[in-house]
Design a protein around this ligand. Structure first.
Ligand code: GLU
Length: 451
C-alpha cells in the first residue's frame, strides 16, 4: 500500500450474489483481505444485491462459505439492499444539483441512435437529448406511460488518479456516455450505491479488476459531486482460462466451491490466486500472513494472467507434501484415516490432495488384494518376517534377510514385496508402511490372502 495511512485502512470485497465466486473473484477478495490483514485494517464484505431479480440468498451463503474456507472471513458485512435510503438521498442530491437527469429513450431508440452514430463514424456516445426536455415534454412522456431512467451528467474533463497497481491513470470523460444510475423501475445500477456505500463505510482503498477502470473515473466524479473523499484505487489484471477466455461465474468448474469439492487446499488456491500474474513466483506458502507479506500491488502485471488448473493441482501437491500432521490430523480422523503422524508422514509425499490419504489408508488397514506372481518367493519372504514389535528399521532387516535367502536384489527383490503387500506397483516408502501394516496382515498378504 503506497499511501501512508494514519488511520487503519478499510477495504471491501463487493461481489454481486448472482453466482458462485470463481478464482478471479478470489483474487480480488484476497488482495483486499490480505492488505487489510497486513496493515491492521478492516475487511468488509459488501453484497452488491441491487439487482433484485438475479441476486439469490444461496449465492450470498456460498460467498460467505467461500471466504471462510479461504481463511478470509470478513470483519463485517453489509448488503446494498438494506441501504437504499442512503442511495435515494444521494440520488436526490444529485438531482437537486442538476447532475442526475431523466431520460425516456427506450432500449430500441438508443440502439437505433448508436447504429446511426457508428454509421457516420461517430463514437456511440449518448447524445444528451434528454437534457433538452422541458417540464411539459416530460409530463407528456410520462402521461404516455413512460418511466424515466436517470443519467449522471459527466463533467467532460479528464479524470486522473494514481492507481495502486497501474500508476498514473487518466480517463477522458468526454469520450463516455453519461452513465445510467437509476433504472426505469427506480432500482439502482451498481455505480451510485457503490460510491455512497464506500463513502459511508469509510472505505480507504478499493482494489478491483481492471474492467472497472472506466467506472472509477465516473465514480470519482460522483464522489466529488457528493463532497466525499474518493478512496485510493487499484485495478489488478484479470485472470483468464488457459486458452485466454475471461472467467465467468457461469463456468462452474472454476468456482471456489468446485475447487473445494475437488479437495484442493485453501492455501494453495489462495497462493495461486494471489501470486499468479505478479512478479512473485507462484509457490506454496505456510500461512496467509506469509502470503500477505508477498503481496505488492505494484508488482502485479498489467497483462491478463492465465489460470491453469494443472498449475493449481501441482501447487496443491507441493503444499500437501509439506503439510505437518498437526494441520491435517483432525481432517484425517474425520475421514476415518488412522495411523497418526507416522502414516501421514509416510504418505504425504505421494498425494496431490489430502483426500487421497484415504486410499493409502485403505492399503495399510486393508483389505488389500495382493498381486503375487511368484508364490514361492513370497513364501520365503513370509518365513523371513521378523517378530514384532516393528519400527522404521524393520523393512531393512527383513529385506536383507529375504535377499540372503533368495538371492534376489534391487527391483527383483522389492517389487514383488511391494505388490504382495500393497497390491500396487508404486507408492510410499515401504519402510514407513510396513510397521503400520503389521506382521499378521503382511504374512497373510504374502500368502496371497486378501487382508
Ligand atoms: N459488484 C461489483 C463487481 O462485482 C463491485 C465492483 C467494485 O469492487 O466496486 O464487479
Amino acid at each position: 500500500m503506497t499511501a501512508p495511512s494514519v488511520t487503519p485502512p478499510v477495504l471491501r470485497f463487493a461481489p454481486s450474489p448472482t453466482g458462485l465466486l470463481h478464482i478471479g473473484n478470489a483474487r480480488t477478495a484476497l488482495f483486499n483481505a490480505l492488505l487489510a490483514r497486513r496493515e491492521g485494517g478492516t475487511f468488509v464484505l459488501r453484497l452488491d444485491d441491487t439487482d433484485r431479480e438475479r441476486s439469490r440468498e444461496e449465492y450470498a451463503r456460498a460467498i460467505r462459505a467461500d471466504l471462510a474456507w479461504l481463511g478470509i472471513p470478513p470483519d463485517g458485512e453489509v448488503r446494498q439492499s438494506d441501504r437504499v435510503a442512503l442511495h435515494d438521498a444521494a440520488a436526490d442530491r444529485l438531482r437537486d444539483m442538476g447532475l442526475l437527469y431523466a431520460c425516456y429513450e427506450s432500449p430500441d431508440e438508443l440502439e437505433y441512435r448508436r447504429k446511426r452514430q457508428l454509421a457516420r463514424g461517430l463514437p456511440p456516445i449518448y447524445d444528451r437529448a434528454a437534457l433538452a426536455l422541458s417540464a411539459e415534454d416530460r409530463a407528456t412522456l410520462e402521461a404516455e406511460g413512460r418511466r424515466p431512467h436517470w443519467r449522471f451528467k459527466l463533467d467532460h474533463r479528464t479524470v486522473g488518479w494514481t492507481d495502486l497497481v497501474r500508476g498514473p491513470v487518466t480517463v477522458d470523460c468526454a469520450s463516455l456516455s453519461d452513465p445510467v444510475l437509476v433504472r426505469g423501475d427506480g432500482s439502482y445500477l451498481y455505480t451510485l450505491p457503490s460510491v455512497v456505500d464506500d463513502a459511508d463505510l469509510g472505505i480507504t482503498h478499493v482494489i478491483r479488476g481492471e474492467d472497472h477502470v472506466t467506472n472509477t473515473a465516473v465514480q470519482i466524479q460522483i464522489f466529488e459531486a457528493l463532497g466525499a473523499a474518493a478512496p485510493a484505487f487499484g485495478h489488478h489484471n484479470l485472470l483468464t482460462t488457459a486458452s485466454g477466455e475471461g472467467l465467468s461465474k457461469r463456468l462452474g468448474h472454476l468456482s471456489l466451491t468446485g475447487l473445494r469439492e475437488a479437495g484442493l487446499e485453501p492455501l494453495a488456491v489462495a497462493a495461486l490466486a494471489t501470486l499468479v500474474g505478479t512478479s512473485e513466483a507462484v509457490r506454496p506458502v505456510a500461512s496467509l500472513d506469509e502470503l500477505a507479506g508477498l503481496l505488492d500491488l505494484s508488482h502485479v502485471s498489467r497483462a491478463p494472467a492465465k489460470f491453469d488448473e494443472s498449475e493449481l493441482t501441482a501447487l496443491n501437491a507441493r503444499l500437501v507434501h509439506e503439510l505437518p500432521y498437526a494441520a491435517v490430523g483432525d481432517r484425517l480422523a474425520a475421514m476415518g484415516v488412522g495411523g497418526g503422524a507416522a502414516f501421514w508422514e509416510a504418505v504425504r509425499g505421494n498425494l496431490e490432495t489430502v483426500d487421497q490419504a484415504r486410499d493409502w489408508w485403505g492399503v495399510v488397514a486393508g483389505p488389500v488384494t495382493p498381486a503375487i506372481e511368484d508364490p514361492a518367493f513370497c513364501a520365503e519372504a513370509a518365513a523371513a518376517l521378523p517378530p514384532e514389535p516393528w519400527d522404521g528399521a524393520t523393512w531393512k532387516a527383513w529385506t536383507d534377510a529375504v535377499k540372503a535367502r533368495t538371492g534376489a536384489k534391487g527391483k527383483a527383490l522389492f517389487m514383488p514385496l511391494r505388490k504382495a503387500l500393497t497390491g500396487r506397483d508404486h507408492g510410499p516408502e515401504l519402510a514407513a508402511l510396513l510397521p503400520l501394516i503389521g506382521r499378521e496382515a503382511a504374512r497373510r498378504r504374502l500368502a496371497g490372502e486378501p487382508a
